[in-house]
Design a protein around this ligand. Structure first.
Ligand code: NI
Length: 138
């Protein structure tokens, strides 16, 4: 169990009122939970800036019939197998596929891999979401 501490913050009342409305709309039960999340998010972004190890989730949507997309994306995963943790293929409908690839590696490796996958000819939409390994947040 971590030791919890309290601290005071001075800020304009109008800023606090706006903050309270914002976090209430997002479903936070109290300011402490919201501030903890904001601090952690800031620290995770700092990890990315330092170029440390991250977890990345790449999603791509492509036409099932564009069969070369599957092969090219599979080849990329084999070439970068040291950072590919897992992948999942879903058939969204008769024609459309969704592939989710989970990565763990240095920021530059994760970004370079995802850019290649997303730029693959036939990919209709791709997105990289980065998060933390959690090591720095303990
Ligand atoms: Ni499919």
């Amino acid at each position: 169990m971590q030791k919890i501490t309290r601290f005071g913050v001075s800020l304009p009342l109008s800023l606090l009122s706006r903050f309270d409305r914002l976090i209430s709309g997002k479903g936070y039960a109290n300011r402490s939970e919201a501030i903890r999340d904001i601090m952690r998010d800031h620290m995770v972004e700092h990890e990315w800036e330092k170029g440390g190890e991250v977890v990345g989730i790449v999603t791509i949507v492509f036409e099932h019939h564009a069969s070369s997309v599957k092969d090219r994306v599979l080849n990329l995963q084999h070439e970068s197998q040291s950072i590919v943790l897992s992948s999942m293929h879903l058939h969204l409908d008769r024609h459309t596929c969704l592939e989710v690839i989970v990565l763990r590696g240095k920021v530059c490796e994760v970004k370079a891999f995802s850019e290649k996958v997303i730029a693959t000819c036939g990919v209709k939409h791709g997105r990289l979401v980065m998060t933390t390994t959690g090591k720095e947040l303990k």
